[in-house]
Structure formats: structure tokens, C-alpha cells
Design a protein around this ligand. Structure first.
Ligand code: HEC
Length: 272
């Protein structure tokens, strides 16, 4: 085990202990507990390790073409990572599509590095057994927008269209329980078990929610990407699993990102 792995084990063990200590105190409410827990560990987020992994993957030659991703254009020019996430999703001329961070990374990995798309999309999310390269890359990129104000544009007609469709999907009720995203996310001060549900119609809530993802989830011991967050909420909605990086996920992300405009990006975050 190298030094950084030892550090990681120590950090994760101490996080788990802090979590247990806070959870055991019956005198305080659940949301206060999560808040306290966040404060206890505010100087160390295990997502940092995923960020480092992503940075290595970004810089290291890889894929069948054996090139790095350093020429990947995330919207601010080839190789520019700083501040790129704060302006995503956006319209890209080369693909003629609005893309979020993960669908754009997918484009770069397939075109620059020659990795077959199916190799990436078959298992795009990290598991206990296997890390996910595309998720780690996303964690690295978002970290480079920390402290930068979200400024997602709606100037291009395709951007406007993605936003409008995203908004409609957010309010679209269907499935066995007739749920929409808005069933759970358009009322203030409600929660499911321990989780406060953000009301995306309130700007402050929408900003806090969007700018804290991707996030390290203590309960899962994994850093989770925004595509994962959406995927899990489609599950909560009892909808079929969306295709990774598909239009529906990008349009929803566009709607949520624009709702967060003006707030400083604060991720990678930390969640229960
Ligand atoms: C049945 C209720 C339900 C539905 C429907 C639902 N969600 Fe969620 N959502 C939740 C819960 C519960 C959480 C908190 C999860 C947790 O902490 O484990 C959450 C969390 C989130 C978050 C992260 C908030 C934060 O502050 O970390 C986002 C973003 C989100 N949902 C978006 C959506 C979108 C978009 C849809 C529609 C595709 C949707 N949700 C549908 C229950 C729901």
C-alpha cells in the first residue's frame, strides 16, 4: 500500500467514526446531525482522491490511440479545464449538440483516445469493486470550477430548447405512481426519511443542490457524478433507467444548471 492509500484508509475510517458518533446522539434532529457531521470533516473530503485520480487520467496517454485528454475541448478551448464546468451544459459546434460534462467527456474519450463508446457506457458509474474513469475525470474537471460563479448560457437556440425540454421533463408526471421530479422537488420543507428534499422552484435551494454535486457519498463510500444523481432519481421516480449521457439527462441538467446560475460552484460535495 502506498502512502496516499494509507492516508485514504485513515481518512475514511475517521469519517465513518465521526458519522457514527453524530448519528448516535439522539438529542438532535436528523438534518442537524448531517450538518454537524459536515462541519466535523470539513477539512477533508475523500472526493479529493477521486479528483487526483481524474487528473492523472486526464494527463496520461490512454485508449487505443494512446493520447491524453489534454486537447479535449470542454467549451472554453482545447485543454482549458479551469472554469469549464461553471458554463456546462452548452452547445458544441463539432457535435452539433448541447452537452453536459459527462457526455462531452464521452465525446473526447471516443474521438481523441479512440475508446469504443460501449466500453465507457456499459458501466459508467463507480462501484465498490471498480472505479469509473469517466466519473473520476468528471470529479477532476468540476474541482477546477470551485469558487467560480455558475454562468450557463441560453443564447444558442439549441441551449434554449434543451432548457425548455428539461423544464417540461422536470414537471412531466408518469410511471406507476404518476410521479414527476416536481412531485418530490417542488415543495419546501419536505423530506423522505433523513433527506431534506430541495425545492428546485426556489432559487436558493436549486443553487445549493446543483453546486454541491458531484459528491462523495459517505453511505456508499464512493464519489458520485451528476449523471449518477439523475439516474438514481429516475429510479426513485419508478421510471426506466435512462441511457447514460442521453438527451433526456442533458436537458434536465440544463434546466437544473440554469436554475443555479449566479451561485458559486462549491463541489465536489459531501453527502450522507
Ligand atoms: C420519489 C421522490 C423523488 C423523485 C420523483 C425525484 N427525486 Fe430527486 N431526490 C429524492 C431524494 C430522497 C433525494 C435525496 C437523496 C439522498 O440524499 O439520498 C433526491 C435528491 C436529488 C438531487 C440532489 C439534491 C441535493 O441537494 O443533493 C437532485 C439534483 C435531484 N434529486 C433531482 C431529481 C430529478 C431531476 C428528478 C426527476 C428525474 C428527481 N430528482 C426525482 C427524491 C426524489
Amino acid at each position: 500500500m502506498n502512502i496516499s492509500n494509507v492516508k485514504k484508509v485513515i481518512l475514511v475510517l475517521s469519517l465513518t467514526a465521526s458519522y457514527a458518533a453524530v448519528a448516535a446522539d439522539a438529542a438532535i434532529s436528523d438534518s442537524d446531525r448531517i450538518e454537524q457531521y459536515r462541519e466535523m470533516i470539513s477539512d477533508g473530503n475523500p472526493a479529493d482522491f477521486d479528483e487526483m485520480r481524474g487528473e492523472e487520467l486526464w494527463k496520461k496517454p490512454g485508449g487505443p490511440k494512446n493520447v491524453s485528454l489534454e486537447k479535449c475541448n470542454l467549451g472554453k478551448g482545447p485543454g482549458v479545464v479551469k472554469g469549464a464546468y461553471a458554463e456546462l451544459p452548452r452547445y458544441f459546434k463539432d457535435t452539433k449538440k448541447v452537452q453536459d460534462l459527462e457526455s462531452r467527456l464521452l465525446t473526447c474519450m471516443t474521438t481523441l483516445q479512440g475508446i469504443p463508446e460501449a466500453d465507457i457506457t456499459a458501466k459508467p458509474f463507480a462501484s465498490e469493486k471498480k472505479a469509473s474513469d469517466i466519473s473520476s475525470l468528471a470529479t477532476y474537471v468540476v474541482g477546477q470550477s470551485k469558487g467560480i460563479k455558475m454562468a450557463v448560457s441560453l443564447k444558442h437556440p439549441k441551449e434554449k430548447e434543451a432548457y425548455e425540454i428539461g423544464k417540461r421533463i422536470f414537471n412531466y408526471r408518469a410511471g406507476p405512481y404518476d410521479f414527476a421530479c416536481s412531485t418530490c422537488h417542488a415543495t419546501s420543507d419536505v423530506r423522505i426519511r433523513m433527506q431534506d428534499l430541495p425545492n428546485f422552484h426556489v432559487q436558493k435551494d436549486a443553487q445549493a443542490a446543483f453546486t454541491s454535486w458531484p459528491a462523495y457519498r459517505v453511505s456508499q463510500g464512493l464519489t458520485r457524478s451528476f449523471q449518477w444523481r439523475l439516474n438514481d432519481c429516475f429510479r426513485q421516480q419508478r421510471f426506466p433507467e435512462p441511457k447514460f449521457a442521453s438527451e433526456v439527462t442533458v436537458d434536465l441538467t440544463m434546466f437544473l444548471a440554469v436554475s443555479a446560475n449566479g451561485a458559486e460552484y462549491a463541489g465536489p460535495g459531501l453527502k450522507r
